[in-house]
Design a protein around this ligand. Sequence first.
Ligand SMILES: [Zn+2]
Length: 445
Amino acid sequence: MPENRFRHRITCGWLRDCASEPTPTSPWPSLLWDEQMMKDQVRMLDAQKETGVEVNSVWGLFVGREWPSDLANTIDAGRAEQVRWFTDEAHKRGLKVVLGMGIYSWGFDRIIREHPEVTAPDNANAKEHVMCPFQPAAWEWQRHVLDYVMDPKWGLDGLSMQSADQGRCKCPSCAKRSNAEHHADILMRSAEYVRKNRPNWIIGTACWGLRVDEPEEMAHIIRMSGSFDYLLEVSELSARKGVRAELVKKLQCPFGSVGGAFVEPPQHYHRLRWFVPLGHGAAEAIAAVYRDGGRANEIYYRPLYNPVEEVSWRAGAYVLSEPVLTPREAVRRAVGAVYGSTGQDLDVLTDWMIRGEKAYLSRSTFKIGDGPLSLEFLVWDKNPSVGSPPIYLRDRMTPEQRKDYGVELRQLRGELAAMKVPNETAKDLTLKSIDGALADLMALL
Ligand SMILES: [Zn+2]
């Protein structure tokens, strides 16, 4: 393996984050795994193989929010076959599958309801979503779930563990420990248990809900890094504070980000409802991680059916394998792969795509390094036929900026419509995605 690339090149998401069809009537996260979804997964795995993104870190193969107490019957025989189908398809392409899972919190709601002894008796606020590490039953249940996913029949290659995005237990015993100390303890215990049983597995952690940039917590972050193969920061606060390179040197495992900038795949929206290129920003952010010494990075799944999302995903993917690429060159390669343009036409379309990105970023409160950009509310159960309001336009721009943005989008649309693009389907889908964004803008006027 060449030295000059990220050691851990990962794409990550919930099962349907790469889906070409929305599930507007399902509660988030939807785990619908139909034939179209399987085709979408194959498309993602092929793109991974082609670009060298070795690891697929997937959430929701088994459950969304709730592991059942009857773990042996978590999924039926049909879904068990699909899990094995997915890991087999990845392995055929030389890729690895890492399962994303919550530790002591996410995924344990039902076990908490059915076995309240996993929570602290005096911690009413956190009872719904978090187990207490001081209750012996909590570790028993955590261990049962780990045993379940470690079963070789699934063909998994590792785990990506998260403990912090639902908060933490704050009972008197837990409250004596700082945030990082608390999470380091439960994550390390789980990681070491898995390591003992599956010494060849990849065990990573993405620190959703856990800050890694605070000096007073550093000792715990460093301690924790000794149990993992990689550790990822979500919002790039360590880079903004100028301490990331220093942090990387102190950690015992490769460090990285979740991709710098990406659209959080909107479950309820038609895949051509938005036009938000973020490939240039993502490539810039990922290359900066590498320059700071980071050697592990995720890029989020995208619905590749939207050609602009594929450009953004690919721009990140190319930088993972070749971190010295300039962001423009990464976007250029991605545009060439998606639209088939070459030579001068490719340069024109590349510049057009980057202008499309700046058109949004120059007017929005969203900043590269923030991680996910939410287009809509993640959880939305009202009026499924129209979906949640487009908060990326409504809440991140002033009415004046929206008006101005609409003018630029129309300009960009006109230019693309006049361009000669070999992949006419991709061009047509892109025009439709601009129309989708314009329709949302008009509705907000
Ligand atoms: Zn507790």
